[in-house]
Every structure is written in structure tokens, then in C-alpha cells.
Design a protein around this ligand. Structure first.
Ligand code: XUL
Ligand code: CO
Length: 436
């Protein structure tokens, strides 16, 4: 097999046996009037790709991403940034995403950390321009440090709330400087482990205030991008306030954040919440919250967030079906919130993992288009609700009837026959589309 250095650029080569080629992703191929790269808007996740070294609960690092520069953290993070942009070039990835702590070393104080962060933002701004890349979104890691053990905006300690605010302010300043399309809030420890020590009402209101202040600051400074809440039901806290898409939409409305806030839906978070990925995307769309996606997959036999590269084509197809139905991405995209397995510990594995994920989504897009063009599924759903297009059904959806009229109408009905849902037939249609 080739080595990392042998691979200059991963290109589309249908049918090739070279592992370092795309078999389904042809970035400039136009599908439904748009190049694939614009449909898919792939992003590299800095934390998994550039920083994570394979540490797990039971064992130490299996990869070394320090470039031999552990003694000079700023130099190390500059090298990491060079590596990130080199990887994006090789993989033809146009976007990237990061947390503040992913791109710069933390200092002894908050002020020192933010100084390091700002310095690295300037460094990345130059690279971004040179390589022609864009920041899909950034965010603050307000969950890793021990001061965040009881939450950030939902911490019982107001000083922690202030530190979290300072980090988000610096992140928004960076988003503006780098021209980010979005800014993400994932409430890593915004939740609780036991209600015995928790004032839920105050915590939720504080979280709402935190989002309002962030939005107001960003808009006043001219940030035009989208804000996203990223739902996740648990891990690290037992119960997170951003549980799932429906819960987040309720939060957005309760605190008057509509219009500014949408959702960043992650596949593995959906399944942790007991939903399918497709369900979470549909809930986001029907509530006006479709925004961006963290592309990965979990393991149905494991109960945690394994953040695997997505290779399940059924899932990527149904995801892209939802994306197309939602009108495609505007500010959002597909961020690979995914890491190579602990045993896939070479630099070549990073390329192979992205290739696998990108090809799975390219295939998903091609199949979703086929599904839509085939039309049988959409037609079936349309017919299934035909009773709402005329007569009493039409009156119901147009709000032109009432309980009395409906009752009078129902009294005149004889036996009612509800048509078959035809689930098995529809599932067979999907197999036909996928494998014919
Ligand atoms: C954690 C997770 C985060 C967010 C950003 O499960 O998904 O990486 O995407 O903080
Ligand atoms: Co995520």
C-alpha cells in the first residue's frame, strides 16, 4: 500500500483498486444542478483528526500527533494546523471545524488561553486563505477542564458561567475573523447527574440567557452565520438538556432564539437518544431547524458515542434524502465528527477513514437522488394522505371546520377502512433502488 507521502491528492477513480481514490465521490460532478462538493460540503473535524491519539478508558495513546514538539506547545499547534490544511488539500475537503482547545494550547489562566487561541486564529487565517478553505463552524470546549465539572452556563458557580462566556466571546470573534458559516453550542456538561443537587429551573434559564447573550454579542459585531444547538441525550452527563432535536427546538422557542438558532444533528447522538438519524433530521426540518450535520455512526451493540466514520450506506442514503428534501445545505454541511478506531493508528488510516466516509456519503447522495427520481416512495406518501386534499380532510387542514361539524360528519359514517401502510413493499423498493 502507498504511504501518506505518496498520496498527493485523492481523486475520483471509479472501479480503481487503489485504496487512496474515491470510487463514488467525484467532487466536480454535477448532480441535480450542483457539483457534489456543494451538495455534501464535507468538513474535517480538528479534534478527532488533528488531536485525538486513541486514548480510551482502559488504555493510553496509540497514535502520536505531537510532531515531536511537546516541549514547545505553540510550535506544536502550528505544525498541527499545517497538517490539517495539508490533509484537506490531499482529500479535497473544503471545510473544517474546531473547538478553541483543538487549535491552541491552554495556558495557566483564562487570559493566557485566550491569548494563545487568538494567536493561532491569526495563524490559521493565513493558512485558510493560502489553501482556499472555509470554516464551517467553530465552538468552545466548555466541558473538558475540571472547572466545568458541573456544567458551564448551567454551573452552580457564576464564575464558571463567566469563563464560559469569555471563551464563547473569543470564539465568536474568531468566527467573524475567519468568516465562519456557523457557530455551534454542544452542551457537554449542561445537564445533571442527580436532581438531588440540581436547580433545574435556574440552570435552564441560565442556559437560555447564555444563548441570548451570545447571539446578541455576535449580531452586534456583525456575525451573519448560523448558530446551532447540537442535541445529545447523555454522555458525559446522565441527562443533558439538549436531549434530542425536539427538546432543542422547544428550548429555542422558549428562549426566543428562533431565526438565529438551528440544529447540528449528529448520527450517533440520534441513536443514543433512541431515535434514528433520519428521525432527528426530519424533526429538525419540520420545525424549521435544519442546519448542519455531524456525520458519523455509532455501534448498535455498544451504548456510547463511538464516533465511527460513517460507512453504512442505508443511513447515508436516508440522510441525504432528508437533506435534499430540506432543500440542501445553506450554511451547514457534513462535518466528520468521527475518529479512526484505536487500532487504525497510522496516518494512512486517517486518509482511508475519510475516503470511506466521503464515499459512503457520495453513494448516499447518488442513491437519494435515485430514490427521489424513482418517485414511488413520495407518490405513496402523497396518496396515503389524499383524504386531506378534498372534502372534510381539506376543511381540517385549512382550519375551516370545528369539533361540532366533525362530530356531525362522523355520525353519518358507516364502516371506515384505513388503507394498508405497505411497509414491507416500501422497504423492498428501497432495496431495489440500492441494489438493482
Ligand atoms: C460530542 C460532540 C462534540 C460536538 C462539538 O459528542 O459531538 O464534538 O460536535 O462540541
Ligand atoms: Co458532534
Amino acid at each position: 500500500m502507498k504511504t501518506y507521502n505518496d498520496v498527493k491528492k485523492v481523486v475520483y477513480a471509479k472501479g480503481s483498486k487503489d485504496p487512496f481514490t474515491y470510487k463514488f465521490y467525484d467532487p466536480d460532478e454535477v448532480i441535480l444542478g450542483k457539483p457534489m462538493r456543494e451538495h455534501l460540503k464535507f468538513a474535517l473535524s480538528y479534534w478527532h483528526t488533528i488531536d485525538a491519539e486513541g486514548v480510551d478508558m482502559f488504555g493510553s495513546a496509540t497514535m502520536d500527533k505531537s510532531f515531536g514538539l511537546k516541549d514547545d506547545p505553540m510550535a506544536m499547534f502550528r505544525k498541527k494546523a499545517d497538517f490539517a490544511f495539508e490533509l484537506m488539500d490531499k482529500l479535497q475537503i473544503d471545510y473544517y471545524c474546531f473547538h478553541d482547545v483543538d487549535i491552541a494550547p491552554e495556558g495557566a489562566t483564562v487570559a493566557e488561553s485566550i491569548k494563545n487561541f487568538n494567536e493561532m486564529v491569526d495563524y490559521i487565517a493565513v493558512l485558510q486563505k493560502k489553501h482556499g478553505k472555509k470554516l464551517l463552524w467553530n465552538t468552545a470546549n466548555n466541558f473538558g477542564d475540571k472547572k466545568f465539572m458541573a456544567g458551564a452556563a448551567t454551573s452552580p458557580n457564576a464564575d464558571v458561567f463567566a469563563v464560559a462566556a469569555a471563551k464563547v466571546k473569543a470564539g465568536i470573534d474568531a468566527a467573524i475573523k475567519l468568516g465562519a458559516d456557523g457557530y455551534v453550542f454542544w452542551g457537554g456538561r449542561e445537564g445533571y447527574d442527580t436532581l438531588l443537587n440540581t436547580d433545574m429551573a435556574l440552570e435552564l434559564d441560565n442556559l437560555g440567557r447564555f444563548m441570548q447573550m451570545s447571539r446578541d454579542y455576535a449580531r452586534a459585531k456583525g456575525f451573519k452565520g448560523a448558530f446551532y444547538l447540537e442535541p445529545k441525550p447523555k454522555e458525559p452527563t446522565k441527562h443533558q438538556y439538549d436531549f434530542d432535536a425536539a427538546t432543542c427546538m422547544n428550548f429555542i422557542r422558549t428562549y426566543g432564539l428562533e431565526g438565529d438558532f438551528k440544529l447540528n444533528i449528529e448520527a450517533n447522538h440520534a441513536t443514543l437518544a433512541g431515535h434514528t438519524f433520519q428521525h432527528e433530521l426530519r424533526v429538525a426540518t419540520v420545525n424549521g431547524g435544519f442546519g448542519s450535520i455531524d456525520a458519523n455512526q455509532g455501534d448498535y451493540l455498544l451504548g456510547w458515542d463511538t464516533d465511527q466514520f460513517p460507512t453504512n450506506v442505508y443511513e447515508t442514503m436516508m440522510c441525504m434524502y432528508e437533506v435534499l428534501k430540506a432543500g440542501g445545505f445553506t450554511t451547514g454541511g457534513l462535518n466528520f465528527d468521527a475518529k479512526t478506531r484505536r487500532q487504525s493508528n497510522t496516518v494512512e488510516d486517517i486518509l482511508l477513514a475519510y475516503i470511506a466516509g466521503m464515499d459512503a456519503f457520495a453513494l448516499g447522495l447518488r442513491l437519494a437522488v435515485k430514490l427521489i427520481e424513482d418517485g414511488r416512495i413520495d407518490e405513496f406518501v402523497k396518496d396515503r394522505y389524499a383524504s386531506y386534499s378534498s372534502g372534510i380532510g381539506k376543511k381540517i387542514v385549512e382550519g375551516k371546520t370545528n369539533l361540532q361539524e366533525l362530530s356531525d360528519y362522523a355520525m353519518g359514517l358507516g364502516e371506515i377502512k384505513v388503507d394498508s401502510g405497505r411497509q414491507e413493499y416500501l422497504e423492498a423498493v428501497i432495496n431495489e433502488i440500492m441494489f438493482e
